[in-house]
Design a protein around this ligand. Structure first.
Ligand code: FAD
Length: 422
């Protein structure tokens, strides 16, 4: 039985897609979408890529045109923050003083960047990148004459910013505390190839090195970065990309279970059956990881939004979608399907030196994920194999001339994993 009113807190991709998916399913009740960013729902991936480079216009960053909200009868409250939830009265209180009653409440509060825990981290010119305002600030600073830019953190966002800054002609250094880049997300082989490309493009990549302090000039503008081993490097602009923290404060006001994300079940419900969490802020049981995880990706936000909309409309299903992600740096298009962190065996196909290859990741002889560089067909096939649970043995992948494109298209559930949206 559908609730007569839904309040969605967080007007990012997951929140907006939840509202849109509800209407798409014919939901006729009131939908209110509350977002604290004044700019309204925007597409974040271009913020470290085309928008930063100046090739994507601000108008193309909006996730939906203004006319969408009226046409879909979705009340969008931008620039207002939800401060607390009263579960007994089933209301959400906003900072503006508005109190919104709900039948179902969806928490889509996303994440915020971690800050750098070193002296000087609040100097002018030390930035992080999450929203449109951050990207505008960074874009402006990168549009001037060449400067010394230091990116802290060799994750996807850090490396995308490094690539963009380098392309714009800046002197770029990347400082990463881990011994390799993208350590949480990619296999050593793929991450080494990515780092090699950055170095070939003239970026100084320092791995296994930590920032110990930042120093500014008389006007408190950052000038110098000091590393743990005492090396000092010029740093007229510092971009901090050291990961994010889920926004869980609102969930805590509702006494919901929280722990690196808002904890939900396989239908993305919290322990309160009328409160759901979706997107970057949700900690959900993943059949692919075999445990509760949080994912920060467009795929996860949109697929979870559909899952929650279905649940609110009385057609619940377990969230089992195969995770996928992409990144763009220089001419490298990286595409990842599945979760590869737990792999115990890999097979590389294609041409790593030429920058067109895939790493197939297996665990106990089963395919668990595929990372591709400039091999979009491999990525598409990998997603199909993982979704259908089609078996592929490492020995088969190692055969001379093996090509994912030559595999038969017959779906199977040999791995016993439920099909998407089972
Ligand atoms: P968010 O987009 O963070 O939205 C949450 C919203 O809720 C925010 O606007 C927040 O301010 C608001 N909010 C929080 N608390 C409250 C409150 N109490 N009241 C009101 N509003 C509140 N993913 C990919 O798959 N591929 C990519 O290439 C890629 N590139 C990216 C590049 C950048 C620069 C960034 C930042 C992210 C990128 N991502 C990428 C990740 C992807 O954009 C996110 O996973 C996705 O946007 C998550 O959507 P969300 O709605 O869960 O969270």
């Amino acid at each position: 039985m559908a609730s007569h009113s839904v309040v969605v807190v967080g007007a990012g991709l997951a929140g907006l897609d939840t509202a849109a998916a509800l209407r798409g399913r014919g939901y006729e009740g009131r939908i209110t979408l509350v977002g604290d960013e004044p700019s309204g729902p925007c597409d974040r991936p271009p913020l470290s890529k085309g928008y930063l480079a100046g090739t994507t216009a601000a108008a193309d960053i909006a996730l939906r045109p203004p006319s969408f909200y009226a046409a879909q009868d979705i009340q969008l409250l931008s620039g207002d923050r939800a401060s607390s939830v009263d579960r007994e009265r089933r209301t959400v209180l906003l900072e503006s003083g508005l109190r919104l009653p709900y039948g179902a409440l969806v928490l889509a509060t996303g994440c915020r960047p971690r800050t750098l825990p070193v002296p000087g981290a609040s100097l002018a010119g030390v930035l992080s990148l999450r929203g449109l305002a951050d990207a505008e600030d960074l874009r402006l600073r990168l549009s001037g004459p060449p400067r010394s830019v230091v990116v802290v953190g060799a994750g996807f966002i850090g490396l995308e910013v490094a690539a963009t800054a380098r392309r714009l002609g800046h002197e770029v250094t990347v400082v990463e505390a881990q011994p390799r880049a993208l350590a949480r997300a990619l296999t050593p082989r793929m991450s080494a190839r990515v780092v090699a490309e950055h170095r070939a493009q003239g970026v100084r990549v320092l791995l296994g090195r930590e920032v110990s302090a930042l120093y500014g000039d008389a006007e408190n503008r950052v000038q110098v970065m000091e590393l743990g081993d005492g090396e000092r490097i010029a740093a007229e602009l510092v971009v901090v990309g050291v990961g994010v923290l889920p926004n869980t404060r609102l969930a805590l006001t509702a006494d919901l279970v929280v722990g690196d994300g808002i904890v939900v079940d396989e239908r993305l419900r919290t322990e309160d059956p009328d409160i759901y969490a979706v997107g970057d802020c949700a900690r959900f049981p993943s059949p692919h990881a075999g445990r509760h995880i949080r994912l920060e990706s467009v795929q996860n936000a949109t697929d979870q939004a559909r899952c929650v909309a279905a649940a609110i409309c009385g057609e619940p299903y377990a969230y089992t979608a195969v995770p996928w992600f992409w990144s763009e740096q220089y001419a490298m298009r990286l595409q990842m399907a599945g979760l590869t962190a737990a792999h115990d065996e890999t097979v590389t196909v294609g041409d790593p030196d030429g920058g067109r290859f895939s790493v197939l990741c297996f665990r106990a002889g089963r395919l668990i994920g595929v990372e591709s560089m400039n091999r979009p067909a491999d990525h598409g096939i990998a997603r199909r194999l993982l979704t259908t649970g089609t078996q592929l043995a490492p020995a088969t992948a190692r055969e001379p001339g093996f090509d994912l494109k030559k595999l038969p298209r017959t779906p199977s559930t040999a791995q016993g994993r439920p099909a998407v949206h089972a």
